[in-house]
Design a binder for this molecule. Structure first.
Ligand SMILES: *Cc1c(COP(=O)(O)O)cnc(C)c1O
Length: 385
């Protein structure tokens, strides 16, 4: 057993990030300015999006994208029960009603047939979430959106570098929300991005900064003018240059991070193949996963313990693990407001009961990976039924 604790997901910050942040701090410009602008350009080029707007979080990106469509009171927005609560909170913040659907048993992504069945005359938008980095089956959703005149806003918090039918997630004409939270495939400590059509991004840009017609860089920069007008009651969602500095460096390292993630996934997959007690993550043939998470599902009938104790046993063996996530519909706020029961979304709930996420990030050494594999095997051997 390893004698030091392996954290689930520490950020991968190197000397480059530290130097770039220090440069930003020394530059005389710390809030939104040239580094944020460069980060937007680099990011939009990486994902193949028409335009990009850096914001303060993935949650801000989701809320801003929905508010810019706009969606609001009286509208319904369809999303998945199997997501982080930020997706559904963002819909609530607009005043629209979130309508949850269950997931497909293999990918745990929203089931397009259930989305089709959930459309009503009030439906205004669909928010697919690319769970664990595996793209949602988008083509049926695009067909549905076109047929009913709906908008699509993707929650791509897990999906930077993912591909669907040979196109990067982000290389599309609808708004996409991204997160650079500390645990994501690339980070700015806290931060997010909205990508999408240029006209949409320009409207979102104004709404992201109080609704002012000019940002501070344009007001205080050389040749700028002090005068501005408020054209909408906007938000305060801009990303500062100090954090964009981290993002610029992370983006340059991203392809290397992704290769390491894929190698770790391959090592886990081959080590766990044939283990009766485990169900391994799937990748459909027409996608490339961003491998944000490595989610194991336990075949509980093969074990004398449940998921919670399995997690405890791994932690006792110094392996940091997590669960993504307790479903939205069992959260007290949503259960009370919409009257949900756990088995209203049975695929989501039954899989939640047996899932756990293993450490997966570019900083894991081969020894770390071997330690994780040994610990998982040891727990299975000890608690085999
Ligand atoms: C992390 C995450 C978010 C929120 O991103 P923040 O940057 O933490 O606000 C939204 N949706 C999903 C699926 C996430 O995993």
């Amino acid at each position: 057993m390893r004698n030091t604790f392996l954290p689930f997901c520490p950020p991968q910050i190197g000397e480059e990030e530290i130097a770039e942040v220090v440069d930003a701090l020394r530059s005389g410009w710390i809030t939104t300015g040239p580094r944020t602008q460069q980060f937007e350009t680099d990011f939009k080029d990486y994902v193949g999006a028409p335009a990009a707007l850096a914001v303060s979080s993935g949650t801000a990106a989701l809320h801003l994208a929905l508010a810019t469509l706009p969606v609001g009171p009286g509208d319904e927005v369809i999303t998945t029960a199997h997501t982080f609560v930020a997706t559904v909170n963002a819909i609530e913040h607009t005043g629209a009603t979130p309508v949850l659907v269950d997931v497909e048993p293999d990918t745990l992504n929203m089931d397009p047939d259930l989305v089709a069945a959930a459309v009503t005359p009030r439906t205004r938008a669909i928010v697919p979430v690319h769970y664990a980095g595996h793209p949602v089956d988008m083509d049926p959703l695009y067909a549905l959106a076109q047929h009913h005149g709906l908008s699509i806003v993707e929650d791509a918090a897990h999906a930077v570098s993912a591909t669907y039918r040979d196109r990067r997630i982000g290389d599309c004409d609808n708004p996409v929300a991204w997160s650079f939270y500390a645990t994501k495939n690339m980070t700015t400590a806290e931060g997010g991005m909205v990508t999408g059509p240029l006209e949409f991004i320009e409207r979102a840009r104004i709404a992201s900064l109080h609704g002012m017609s000019k940002d501070a860089w344009k007001r205080f920069g050389k040749g700028g003018s002090w005068y501005w007008e408020v054209v909408t009651a906007g938000f305060k969602y801009n990303m500062p240059d100090v954090l964009a500095a981290i993002g610029l460096c992370q983006l340059r390292k991203l392809q290397g991070f992704q290769q390491r993630r894929a190698a770790i996934v391959a090592a886990y997959n081959s080590a766990f193949a044939g283990q009766e007690a485990l169900e391994l993550p799937v990748t459909r043939p027409d996608v490339g996963s961003a491998w944000h998470l490595y989610v194991l599902r336990l075949n509980l009938e093969c074990l004398t313990i449940g998921r919670d104790q399995f997690v405890q046993e791994l932690i006792a063996r110094n392996i940091g693990v997590s669960v993504h996530w307790p479903p939205v519909h069992i959260q007290p706020y949503y259960a009370a407001k919409y009257g949900y029961q756990p088995l209203d979304f049975p695929v989501c709930y039954r899989n939640y009961e047996r899932m756990l996420s293993l450490p997966l990030h570019a900083g894991l050494t081969d020894q770390d990976v071997a330690d994780v594999i040994d610990a998982v095997r040891d727990v299975i051997n000890k608690f085999r039924r």
